[in-house]
Design a binder for this molecule. Structure first.
Ligand SMILES: Nc1ncnc2c1ncn2[C@@H]1O[C@H](COP(=O)(O)OP(=O)(O)OP(=O)(O)O)[C@@H](O)[C@H]1O
Ligand SMILES: [Mg+2]
Length: 421
């Protein structure tokens, strides 16, 4: 009889209920999987709880999807322990996310030759809370003229924290008065000043899970439920490929697994502006039409990692990337191709595709059936009721129900069943 391996996937969650419930329901439906090399596998999920742990405790989970460690440090330290001691695979690893935030991501992409807008890091406005501050700053802090620093960046510019996320402390600076007001308000936050990309044609926001990337048309000025537009070919094939390569390069370089990347496109140039999101938005009320894709990618990639016993590395290996970056014989296009090859290598993209075609061949139909069924409808309804006030429930049920109905129809057409849902 074939051996049966059960793989436990842990979910470390904050306030979300929608996607974890979807993920759990889909994992239950995966059934018994036949691995390419023989053997039978099942995947079980479990929500992690927070409690004292002995450093010598053995982890039962093989993989953890983390949504909490970016602000809650007890589970973050548990994640580091289980990665170090038990090789638990993490989406995402705090080892690189804790030390490599937005600022490091800018630096790395600049060295890799990407078109990151001009960016300057300015010292803290307020004194740092440390007894040595007064002496250190009087001895070593250079006085500087903020206007002179901002001048070459031009107005409007953006001021934002070096480790930002969730629009915290981000402001668009229109002129000198704005600049001084915002800097004075920045207090103990460490701020970047960044040149803006004015009048861009497209805001492309991608979500990458393992080797799978979805590049979506984003409208940051709309309310949350309208931000992702359903648009399939809004970028030219070349620009589309470039946005995908940039997204996968960031993740493979930093060894992030589940991340979103924001890029502005103007005159055929792609400007990456934000790409270190340890906890990317996957709410059904944000992603709507793209939600089934995200759940599928999360399920397939997690399953691939546990069934094939993929081993994570906790540290970044910059060598091969910088070798390409520093090669003067390569132009930007050639570098992108070389980065994509490194990313494919890192994520085992080919092996993953084969795994999806063989072991996970039933997943497309399974997800389609679930999204088109009563359990998902009731999940969508309860999410809407938890998210919006009662007088908006009906409107949002129509809105999201319509978008997901459109996904079902498109998916049926793509999958060739011919039946419109
Ligand atoms: N250089 C820029 N040029 C044009 N727009 C920008 C630029 N930088 C930031 N923005 C705008 O400001 C928004 C917030 O900036 P950014 O994404 O860097 O901050 P954040 O705190 O990570 O926000 P979020 O978590 O919502 O992504 C962007 O979504 C974009 O609309
Ligand atoms: Mg952002």
């Amino acid at each position: 009889m074939a051996t049966r391996n059960d793989h436990l996937v842990g979910l470390l969650l904050g306030a979300e209920e929608d996607w974890p419930t979807a993920f759990e329901a889909l994992a239950r439906r995966l059934g018994v999987l036949k691995a390419p090399g023989g053997g039978e596998h099942t995947v079980t999920t479990e929500r992690l709880t927070i409690e004292p742990f002995n450093l010598r405790d053995k982890a039962r989970q093989e993989l953890v999807i983390d949504r909490l460690a970016h602000w809650y440090y007890h589970p973050r330290e548990w994640l580091k322990k289980v990665a170090l001691m038990d090789d638990v695979y993490l989406l995402n690893s705090p080892f690189t996310f804790q030390s490599m935030e937005k600022h490091s991501a800018y630096c790395a992409l600049i060295r890799l030759g990407m078109h990151v807008p001009e960016t300057v890091l300015v010292p803290y406005k307020h004194p740092v809370d440390n007894a040595r501050w007064a002496y250190t700053s009087s001895r070593y802090n250079q006085s500087f003229d903020l206007d002179e620093v901002a001048e070459p960046l031009g107005y409007p510019l953006f001021m934002k924290p070096f480790d930002g996320g969730g629009w915290r402390g981000v402001s668009q600076i229109k002129d000198r008065a704005d600049l001084h007001r915002s800097y004075d308000d920045s207090g103990e936050m460490l701020m970047h000043l960044q040149a803006s990309v004015p009048d861009y044609e497209h805001f492309a926001r991608s979500l990458t899970i393992g080797p799978e990337t979805m590049v979506m048309k984003f409208r940051p000025d709309e309310p949350m439920h309208e931000r992702y537009a359903v648009a399939h070919d809004f970028l030219s094939p070349e620009v589309g490929r470039e946005t995908r390569t940039i997204s996968q390069t960031v993740n493979a370089f930093f060894r992030w697994e589940f991340n979103s990347c924001e890029m502005l496109v103007k005159d055929g140039m792609v400007y990456p502006i934000d790409y270190a999101n340890a906890c990317p938005d996957v709410a059904v009320t944000s992603l709507h039409y793209y939600f089934p894709w995200a759940m599928k990618a999360l399920l397939r990639w997690s399953t691939f990692c546990v069934v094939t016993g993929r081993v994570a590395k906790t540290q970044v290996d910059t060598g091969p990337w910088f070798e390409i970056a520093d090669d003067e014989a390569l132009d930007y296009q050639a570098k992108l191709e070389a980065y994509q090859a490194l990313a494919d290598d890192h994520f085992e993209t080919e092996r993953y595709a084969e795994f999806c075609d063989s072991t996970l061949a039933h997943v497309d139909d399974m997800v389609l059936e679930w999204i088109d069924g009563p359990d998902f409808r009731s999940l969508l309804q309860s999410t809407i009721q938890q998210t919006y006030p009662p007088h908006e429930w009906e409107r949002f049920e129509g809105h999201f129900g319509g978008l997901l109905g459109m996904w079902v129809s498109d998916e049926r057409r793509i999958r060739g069943s011919g039946a419109e849902g």
